[in-house]
Write a protein that binds this ligand. Sequence first.
Ligand code: SF4
Length: 311
Amino acid sequence: MLKVLFETGDDELARVFVAETADGHRIEFVDSSQPPAPRSEKWVLIVSTLVGCPVRCPICDAGGGYEGRLSGEEILEQVDFMVRRRYPDGRVPVPRFKIQFARMGDPAFNSGVLDALIALPRRLDAPGLMPSLSTVAPQSTSAWFDELLTVKKRLYGGGRFQMQFSLHTTDEASRRRLVPVKCWSFAQMADYGRRFYEPGDRKITLNFAAARGAPLEPWQLREHFDPERFIVKLTPINPTAAAVSSGLVSLLDPSDLPGAQAVVKGFQQAGFETILSFGELRENAIGSNCGMYVAGTREPTPRPRRTRAQV
Ligand code: SF4
């Protein structure tokens, strides 16, 4: 069983929980809302799938101290904790109930994520359930993606699943610096999109946490990705410790809306539906959208390690 060690934030916007697994690994998860939608309309849980992350992207604090995968049950326990805290009978009456597998770790390294996805509809009475996966598409995980496709078709058709590839730049060579693991090419992601997307589904998101100096050429993206299946989401680089120490500066700045809108327009002109997502600045103070509390709470004594993900 998970043991929650501490929590921070508030119940209005976001609350971060740091917990210890049965074998002593520290993880964190988040209960949040997405204003202006009230929590009764839209509720977002963000869960960890790995203990740390082997990829070590320079924008992300999850990449330090990778200790292995969480089991499907350990992922579900995070969901259970947050659901039972608000709905003790396990019935979630929220029309848009999103579970993001996006706190610590790229979900594609972990078959436990697929186990959790299969179990969720049986485990919860939640008509509004919509899982959301964000991945850099590591190359070693193609079998996982094949299985995900089967699970999504079987359990989450008709727009009840959100899939996101995190690209960060439109230039594949530059991407290697921002995502330092061997990944699918854009052509492979586009091909997966063709197999994954069906009429009625949500379009697959191409996410860019855009850094100054990283190429963003919408027409280059269009060479691979079909706007009928893919949408673009632009986000700022959050002020994580990793981003600061890597010297990455966000291209998008909430205090320069015209500048951000010009970037949006470029993608729209290339035919992509484009979302600009600054989120709530107060989340930076809470740390619900960035940073990792676990990184600051790791004990100096090494814990037993699990099998490392193949990267
Ligand atoms: S951004 Fe994702 S893949 Fe990169 S280090 Fe963080 S959790 Fe891992």
